[in-house]
Design a protein around this ligand. Structure first.
Ligand code: PMV
Length: 363
């Protein structure tokens, strides 16, 4: 399926120049999860995420016009200054998918320099922030040739391109809350790109904290690409997609009113449903580790004894995201340091909070 609206056709290509652009894009954590898709990266249900702030990827794209025309994708990719040939196939695949929308990419040789704010192989996926930052850099090159593109078209197409690199990357452009996937109760929502959550958001959610507990920093045994595929003939797939749709509808008044008890109920249910899908796939698999469960039980006990509005969510791995409002920060920080850090590899965790989206960095 080709989306005509996003095809960029420059009237002439004689204005190619060399240069570099830099974007910093945040990671995100889904509250209602995306798990299951069809080609080309069309989600089976709408998802919504908090945009993060401290966990981000910074990408500089250096572009040089090719001396002789060719139809190949010419690029080298560097992580923290070191060339990473193993990243090339994923980027080659991404370029193939987006070439129709940015035909100029074969006119240039690229150097892609990327770095993450979070520790390398921390088990935090860099694909969302990484694909978002690269897509924004490519859009900045389009803007040089097409300076009249509006801010909203620029953002929308960046999310559209990022989605083709990694589904959840579509949600890593703006903040504080982003919806990706068509939902009848969310105006403007689309399967093709993420949108800034358009409805009322209670102030409590604009300053929410997310502390990421690094339980297992190893490489996952099952990638999310495989996990999404396993949803295609999963016996509980339809019920899961219906549940996600329903949870999204229920979340709308909760986000408006700041109803933290109801928020916790949906967020934890979503995390456990995601992992229940993994455990009931064919073949089945488990990404949680014993310490993931220890942490969940400690959070439940602390919530009961302290009255703090603390809850957990999980992405496709063993790490735990601890979510809590700013007003509980002092007590929760202490609890994390004293109790939960002991379940983390080398006692490592990352304190983050809701953020406002990607930023262009002056080069
Ligand atoms: O973007 P992907 O293909 O890595 O999938 C991400 C899936 C989850 O992180 C598990 C859920 C989500 O909505 O982010």
């Amino acid at each position: 399926m080709i989306e005509k609206k996003f095809i960029f056709e420059p009237s002439h290509s004689d204005s190619l120049t060399e240069g570099s652009v830099t974007w910093q894009s945040p990671s995100n954590i889904a509250l209602v999860k995306y798990w299951g898709k069809t080609d080309p990266q069309i989600p089976k249900n709408a998802s919504i995420s908090f945009t993060l702030s401290n966990c981000h990827t910074t990408t500089t794209l250096i572009y040089t016009p090719k001396s002789a025309p060719s139809k190949s994708f010419d690029f080298n990719v560097f992580l923290d200054g070191i060339e990473k040939q193993d990243f090339a196939p994923k980027i080659e695949e991404f370029f193939k998918r987006i070439e129709i929308y940015l035909p100029f990419i074969t006119d240039y040789t690229f150097e892609i320099h990327t770095e993450n704010s979070f520790p390398h192989s921390s088990g935090i996926a860099s694909s969302a922030s990484g694909m978002s930052a690269l897509s924004l850099c490519l859009m900045s090159i389009q803007k040089i040739v097409d300076p009249n593109i509006s801010e909203s078209d620029f953002i929308e197409k960046a999310s559209f391109l990022a989605r083709l690199g990694s589904g959840s990357a579509a949600r890593s452009i703006e903040g504080p809350l982003v919806v990706w996937g068509e939902h009848s109760n969310i105006f403007g929502s689309s399967d093709l790109f993420g949108i800034k959550y358009p409805d009322a958001i209670h102030q409590v959610f604009t300053t929410f904290n997310d502390t990421i507990l690094l339980v297992d920093k190893g490489v996952k045994q099952v990638s999310s690409t495989i996990g999404h595929k396993l949803m295609l003939d999963h016996p509980f797939a339809q019920a899961r997609f219906d549940q996600a749709k329903d949870n999204m509808s229920r979340l709308i008044p909760i986000l408006e009113k700041g109803d933290l008890d109801a928020f916790i109920d949906i967020v934890e249910k979503e995390a456990l449903s995601l992992h229940a899908m993994m455990m009931t796939s064919d073949p089945y698999f488990i990404l949680m580790k014993p310490n993931t469960l220890e942490i969940i039980e400690s959070i439940w006990a602390f919530r009961k004894s302290s009255g703090c509005h603390i809850c957990f969510t999980l992405d496709a791995g063993a790490n735990v995201h601890v979510l809590f409002p700013e007003r509980d920060k002092k007590r929760v920080d202490e609890f994390i340091k004293e109790e939960l850090a002991g379940y983390c590899q080398n006692k490592q965790f990352i304190s983050d909070h809701v953020g406002s989206g990607a930023k262009s960095v002056a080069s």
